[in-house]
Every structure is written in C-alpha cells, then in structure tokens.
Write a protein of this length. Structure first.
Length: 402
C-alpha cells in the first residue's frame, strides 16, 4: 500500500486535493473516480513515513481466518448482502488486523468493486486460493456455494494442520525438556560435587570424569554454544529461502523417519483437496496448478506441479509427471489417471484428499503413542546417566569410610 497526492475536480466542478491510500497508482485513480473525482494529477508520496511497514501487515492467525470465512459464509447463506455481511463482521471481530482490512474492503464494496477484487488487495490476510475461488464464484453466479465450499475447505485444512502440529510438537517438547534438564544437571549440579570428590580422594570413574569436564566446559563457554546455535539458525534461514537448497531441504523433510511419512500425507491431502476445489469451480487446470504450487508449502511438490502444468500445455496427461515419482504414491497417480479418463477428476481428487486426511489423523495418534514411551526412556537414560556418574564415586567414598 502507498499514499498518493492528487488534484482534480469533483462532480460540482470544484478543485479538490488530498491523499489517497491504495496498492498502486492505477488503483488510487480508480478509487478517486468512484468517488466522483476527475483526476488531473496524481503522484506517489515518497519517504519512510508514507511506506507501510511489515509490522502489522503480517497474515492473521489461521484460526481467525477460518472463523471469519465460516461466519461470512453463514451470513451470505442467510440472504444478507456481501456489503452488510462485511459491515457486521467488521464490528464483530476482535482481531485488529482483520478489522482494519474489513474497513478497507467495505469502502471498496461501496465504491462498486467486487469482493474478490477488494480482497485481492490484502494478500497478507486472504490466501491466493480464496480470492481466486471467489472470483470464479462471482463469474459463475455461485458466490454463496463457492464461499461455503471454501469455509469447509479451510476448516479441514485447519484441522489437519492442528493434528500435524500436535503430533510433531509433543516429541519436540519432550526432547527440549530432556536437553534442558541434562545441561542443567551437567553444567550446574555435577560440578558442585567435583571439589568434594577431589578433597576426599575418591576414585573417579571415566563416566564421572567425562561428565565433570563437560560441565566445566558448559560453565566457562556456555556463550559459545549460544553463538553456534544462533549461527546455525541463521544459516538454516538463509538456506531454506534459496531455491536450489530449498528443494533439497524439503526433500529431506519428506524422507525423515517417523515425521516424513505424516508430513507427506498432510501435503498430499492439501494438494489434492485444493486442486479438487479449484477444478470443481471451473478454474483452468494450468491456473489451478499454479495456485496450488504457491499454497502447498513444499518445493518438491511445487516443482512436480510445474511439470504437470507443462505436461498439460503440451497435450499430455496431468498424471504423467507424477507416475513413478518418489514423493507420489501409486494410489494418487492411479486415481488421477482414472479421474482424467472418466471425466471425474475433481471427485477422484476429493476422495484422495479424504483418504489422506484420515491417514494423517491415524498416523498422528500412532506416532504419539509410539514416541511417548521412547522419549520418556531416553530422558530416563540421560538423567540416570548423570545420577550414576555422581553416585558411583559417592559409594566409593562411603565404602572407604566404613
């Protein structure tokens, strides 16, 4: 969004000047014309004070987006106009970023712009899929049906996301607790016994000596560990943002034991569900593949979708690049082939999405039940190792005293 100074004449022929906020110069001109102002001169304001900062322009929480779309769909289904529904939700929502966006959308709707065009100006809030689907709904006179489908779609996506996050967050929390407890005991508890062992002349076994040296290193050079972690984090962020490395990094994600399969299923569910929704809304397949590639969130699948789009443009099958690909199970490619041959591709993709959404749910539960005892055992071994390294020399001291 930028700020544009303008001069022109209103409907009464009076000379007016002012500032208009808009994504581009063209949009600013259209908004002024909708207000009845014949623009004579328009110029973008420069300077940092007139530039939108990233702060406050980030996407709203996914949960708030899902709630908004469902409420919007319910109001439209009840026969309320788009403008009135936007006004109601603007007053009702407690999400500040969403409220400010709805204020701008309401102004655009009053100026006569379609909802999809108004929502398109806020990509930080409304996903590309959402605006394109609504655009198709407006063109086909099925806005309310498409909006209801989008509400169902985003609800399912949110549910799948939560299951994947829950499945992955639990072991990560346990692993963090294990590392934190171990470092605390080795770096701060064990060294307190070192002077006692030295004064009493106890025989210090290798495990205790190794632990003591590690604890001494942590106490003296803990800041080095923090610097190394910071460098590794920055390196990861740089690598993950570059295309050549991003592809290989995402390949590793899909092949990680335990976590890889569930992540693959979640991505396949999202891909097929999104593609089915777009195709059923009569969005051209090449456009659908481009949109899905941008929302799927994995470079491997994104690259595969680009190849599928090229295959279609060359007159070949959608499923051709996917047959035999290591990231695509035969079940998915076979269902696509059947869907293309029978003319029911959207139905087949929907069934594939249903299957993998159930698989994500079941896999998440299995993974949590499998990893819980393993991680608890690992924590017990680590903490037990520290305790044993303390107890062995202490038993030696007690034996000598007796």
């Amino acid at each position: 969004m930028g700020y544009y100074t303008y001069s022109g004449r209103n409907r009464r022929g009076e000379l007016v000047t002012g500032v208009q906020r808009a994504p581009s110069k063209t949009d600013a001109t259209h908004k002024l014309r909708s207000k009845g102002i014949a623009v004579r001169e328009i110029k973008e304001k420069s300077g940092i004070l007139y530039k939108d900062l990233d702060i406050g322009r980030r996407s709203i929480p996914y949960k708030d987006l899902v709630i908004y779309i469902r409420q919007f769909s319910t109001l439209i289904k009840a026969g309320i106009t788009i403008l009135d529904a936007t006004s109601i939700l603007k007053q009702q929502t407690s999400q500040k970023r969403l409220k400010s966006v709805l204020v701008e959308i309401e102004e655009d709707l009053k100026a006569g712009h379609p909802f999809s065009v108004a929502a398109e100006q806020h990509p930080h809030v409304f996903p590309l899929l959402f605006t394109n689907m609504l655009k198709a709904g407006e063109a086909g006179g099925q806005f309310d049906d498409i909006l209801d489908n989008m509400a169902n779609y985003f609800e399912k996506q949110h549910e799948t996301r939560q299951k994947v996050k829950s499945a992955m967050l639990y072991p990560m929390v346990l692993a963090f607790v294990a590392i934190a407890v171990s470092l605390f005991m080795i770096g701060f508890i064990l060294p307190r016994f070192a002077s006692m062992f030295t004064q009493l002349g106890a025989d210090v076994p290798f495990i205790t000596l190794w632990m003591l040296n590690l604890g001494e290193f942590i106490q003296k050079y803990w800041w080095i560990l923090l610097v190394i972690c910071g460098i590794l984090f920055l390196l990861f962020k740089v690598i993950s943002g570059r295309d050549p490395y991003r592809y290989y990094l995402h390949s590793v994600y899909l092949n990680v034991p335990v976590f890889g399969p569930i992540l693959t299923k979640a991505i396949l569910a999202r891909t097929t569900r999104t593609l089915s929704s777009l195709y059923s809304a009569s969005v051209p397949m090449t456009t659908s593949l481009s949109i899905v590639g941008k929302v799927v969130g994995n470079a491997v699948i994104e690259d595969l979708l680009v190849k599928a789009s090229n295959s279609i443009q060359q007159g070949d099958s959608l499923a051709k690049p996917m047959i035999g690909h290591w990231a695509i199970p035969p079940f998915v490619s076979q269902m696509m082939v059947l869907g293309e041959k029978s003319g029911t591709l959207d139905f087949m993709l929907s069934k594939v999405a249903d299957f993998y959404e159930r698989e994500v749910d079941q896999s998440a539960e299995r993974m949590k039940s499998l990893l819980e005892p393993i991680l608890i055992l690992i924590i017990a071994v680590v903490v037990g190792g520290v305790v044993v390294s303390i107890m062995i020399p202490m038993f030696s001291i007690f034996t000598e005293i007796q």
